[in-house]
Design a protein around this ligand. Sequence first.
Ligand code: OGA
Ligand code: MN
Length: 279
Amino acid sequence: MTMGSLCVLRRLRNVSFSIRKCLLQSGSSSHTEKFSSSSCWNHALSRQDVSSPCPPVLKKFHSSSRKYQEGCRTSAEPPLLKLDQLSNHLEISDAETEDIFTKDFELCNEFVSEEEGRVIFDEVEDYLEDAEYQYAHWDNAIHGYRETEKSRWSEKSQAILHRIRLKAFPSGEHQLSLVHVLDLAKDGYIKPHVDSVKFCGTTIVGLSLLSPAVMRLTKQDDPQSWVNVVLQPGSLYIMRNRVRYEFTHEILKDSDSLFKGRRLQRDRRISVMCRNEPA
Ligand code: OGA
Ligand code: MN
């Protein structure tokens, strides 16, 4: 990895977070859609109210036709999230946000098999394992991580990456040829940020490996519009256009990983990301 590409990676994440973080701590009760669990969805989905055990009180809802549930705050440890019982991997604050995500966000669970995940993992582990995890200054976007950009892949991995690119980008799209590999330690996390528009175009696609994690996306001009996504190992997410530009994204700390009022236990997680070129 060259110094040049390291610099690009550092500049990739524009940290643009502030009070959003505290406004959103510990989640909120929410309006939620039901998404199919194993296939790719694109949001043509039936409605379902959230029945989290004891969600905090919610402050705002955009659509008068829908109600929220008022929850309560508690100091007790939230119950653990049982991933095998999860049919819906998105928790959405309100109907307007849902409309944006219907268009510009995709989640495909089980996009790669365990075997394919292992192929990619074995290959990136060779590069990563020699590096120390970085615990940078508090205002950096990311903590407890190591990362690389990789251009040469085994044939098996190339086939998987090809499938990812086909899924995310229309043919003829100018894509960044380097694949970004990010390894978050168990205590690592990514703060809210928007990827730099100088180095990345309309679309970001990410494959998650090893541990499940919660990604939270928050509207920059309205912190009460948010989405939590459970990213399971083997899943692929795609953020485009409005989601990519108008929302910050972050990967929550293990201790902050709440989804529908339940606690998700996070461990070391690897993501493999492809992007297109800025226009
Ligand atoms: C990033 C980022 C998300 C992920 O590196 O800019 O947002 O899935 N990563 O690891
Ligand atoms: Mn990012």
